[in-house]
Design a protein around this ligand. Structure first.
Ligand SMILES: Nc1nc2c(c(=O)[nH]1)N[C@H]1C(S)=C(S)[C@@H](COP(=O)(O)O)O[C@H]1N2
Ligand SMILES: [Mo]
Length: 249
């Protein structure tokens, strides 16, 4: 039995699988218990001990993340229009012709302003995957759009390689998510403009939203207005309210 400091990182990860499973169960219990805990938390914020647990959970899950692993896909005939869930940041009227996507780097560096035509000029991909909501429902649907990795290569190519997170926000900035860059660059993470071959409607996030089977629905922000590439985690609406920051599947 080698000394602990002789265990390679890979070894360590393999040995940690049991504790990962335990961590997953703890996360589930966390989701169920959250509203109860929330009721007792001052100023509506998660108590420090639980917040730390969520951060440990992020490092465990992201350590096991494999870029080449594809989430399960489904037959197109199983796909249906998603039920609408969550309207934070999409309640105001939107002028779709005037819509533009602001692209920024660390410290607010302005990179570009992108139109929907620019996004549609990137290679189009579609996928039929299961959308999962932490509220306990799941539904198979079909998304069409551009891979975020293609978008990043095209519009953030001049950033150096130390980007760790991407923050996406609605135009009114009332809803925002922060997602690790490995997930954002995954082949099944799309800037989606279609559901079942139809342009997104307002309630589903027109003109552009995030779609990925690697994260719960809370991360799949509807009506994206800005994308910012960061060297640390950015804003995250539900993370700031005590939900799991990583929210991975
Ligand atoms: N702007 C915005 N995006 C959002 C939400 C929201 O409230 N506002 N809710 C999220 C949640 S919890 C889910 S499950 C999905 C639901 O997407 P749908 O309404 O297209 O089914 O949107 C996500 N994206
Ligand atoms: Mo959700």
């Amino acid at each position: 039995m080698p000394e602990r400091d002789e265990i390679s990182y890979d070894d360590y990860r393999r040995r940690s699988r049991r504790s990962v499973l335990t961590g997953g169960t703890a996360t589930l219990a966390g989701f169920i218990g959250w509203r109860f805990v929330q009721g007792s938390a001052a100023d509506n914020r998660i108590p420090g001990v639980l917040r730390n647990m969520h951060e440990v959970n992020e490092s465990i899950w992201s350590g096991l993340f494999r870029e080449d692993h594809l989430a399960k896909t489904f037959s197109r005939s199983d796909a249906s229009i998603l039920r609408v869930n969550g309207r934070i940041g999409i309640r105001d009227e939107i002028d779709l012709d005037a819509w533009r996507l602001d692209v920024k780097g660390p410290a607010g560096l302005r990179l570009d302003t992108v139109s929907l035509a620019d996004i549609k000029a990137l290679p189009k991909h579609d996928m039929t995957i299961e959308h999962k909501c932490i509220e306990g429902w799941a539904q198979v649907t079909n998304w069409g759009g551009a891979r975020f990795s293609d978008f990043m290569d095209r519009y953030a190519g001049r950033l150096d390689g130390d980007i760790t997170h991407v923050e996406l926000a609605t135009p009114d900035r009332k809803y925002h998510v922060s997602v690790d860059v490995a997930t954002m660059r995954h082949a099944q993470t799309l800037l989606a403009y279609e559901m079942l071959d139809q342009d997104l409607d307002n309630d589903h996030g027109a003109p552009l939203r995030l779609a990925t089977p690697l994260k719960y629905g809370i991360k799949q922000i509807k009506r994206i207005g800005s994308v910012q590439f960061l060297r640390e985690r950015g804003r995250d609406y539900w993370g700031e309210r005590g939900y799991d920051w990583y929210a991975g599947l």
